[in-house]
Write a protein that binds this ligand. Structure first.
Ligand SMILES: [Zn+2]
Length: 345
């Protein structure tokens, strides 16, 4: 099959479009999916750079997100058959550690995620457990079905399970171009929140307004804490979505009202920010860190996407062979929404 494989840790020059062995059923609950689309996530880039630890053998196929058609099922698979169109839930646990045994297998100490300890989706075929395949939401194309799983299940856990976002609350989303940020805007607006967004790009802020953002602040031109204070009459916001970190982190904390919550699932601008511990305890703040989410959260999310008719925002679609260019677009933060790979038949 054709695949894009990385041949070493480093820049996009390590990615090669080439022939690779087709995956075979190895366990009785495995399935093989012929992929139609995959999507780029920051985690792919961190894995390529070796920033997540060198956790897989080289050459390696990246990619956590994908959608396609089941072509082969293992002997014990009863919920799927060849021909089923599926989207993919990326993580799977060992089934034996304390987290797996208590239904929290996405927190497994030996977690296997597509594109990390499992071969990923930048390929014509992928092998994965049958319980990681879900029906595609009604009306979704394969590109849309590949674009939503990782970012939406992540934000669902952050906003709904952890921060318990309520209608009428004020939300500040930092760096609105990113996949999680733009999807958070869609979900928060649908839930009836009052949403403010930041970016250094007027073009991205304009797109966010078209998607329903109530206020947009260009943080290169204006201090967003000042803007938050003005808009909330010095109160601050209830919830900040900050997957940027770095220099922004301290301002995110300063933007929160008393009892406010901050959710984070990444730090694209730096993971060792200048912190403000006094703000955390004196304002009674709660910080929720998370990655991914559970199968139950994924199931809730699929139901919500069907009812709300929300679709992921697709920034651009590249052919599989151009995965390096697609990653470059995300690595240099040029995108608004998801960068998708179309996988030829
Ligand atoms: Zn486990």
């Amino acid at each position: 099959m054709k695949a894009v494989r990385m041949h070493g840790y480093g820049g996009i020059e390590q990615l090669f479009y080439e022939d690779a062995a087709e995956p075979r059923i190895a366990e009785p609950n495995d399935v093989i999916v012929k992929l139609k689309a995959a999507a780029i996530n920051h985690i792919d880039i961190w894995n390529r750079l070796g920033q997540t630890g060198q956790i897989f053998e080289i050459p390696h196929i990246l990619g956590a997100d994908g959608a396609g058609i089941v072509v082969e099922v293992g002997a014990k698979v009863t919920n799927l058959k060849p021909g089923d169109a599926v989207c993919l839930y990326p993580p799977t646990g060992c089934g034996q550690c304390e987290f797996c045994l208590t239904g929290n297998d996405w927190m497994c100490i030996r977690l296997r995620v597509l594109g990390e300890r499992l071969e990923g989706t930048y390929a014509e075929f992928v092998r994965l457990p049958a319980e990681n395949c879900f029906p595609i939401p009604a009306g979704y194309s394969f590109e849309e079905a590949a674009a939503f799983p990782l970012v939406f299940v992540t934000l669902w856990r952050m906003l709904i399970t952890n921060a318990k976002l309520k209608p009428g609350e004020t939300v500040l989303i930092i760096g609105i171009g990113g996949g999680v940020a733009s999807a958070s805007l869609q979900v928060a607006k649908r839930l009836g929140a009052h949403v403010m967004v930041t970016s250094s790009s007027d073009e991205k802020l304009e797109r966010a307004k078209q998607l329903g953002a109530d206020h947009a602040v260009n943080h290169r031109k204006r201090d967003f804490v000042e803007a938050v204070n003005e808009l909330t009459k010095q109160r601050g916001v209830d919830l900040v979505v900050d997957c940027v970190g770095g220099e922004v982190w301290r301002k995110s904390l300063a933007s929160l009202t008393r009892g406010g919550r901050l959710v984070t699932c990444g730090a694209t601008a730096g993971g060792q920010p200048d912190d403000d511990i006094a703000a955390i305890f004196s304002k009674h703040l709660t910080i929720y860190g998370s990655t991914l989410g559970s199968r139950e959260e994924f199931r809730q999310l699929l139901s919500f996407l069907t009812v709300s008719r929300i679709k992921p925002i697709i920034d651009s679609v590249f052919p599989l062979r151009d995965a390096a260019s697609a990653q470059h677009r995300v690595e240099t933060a040029q995108q608004f929404g998801k960068v998708v790979l179309r996988i030829p038949n």
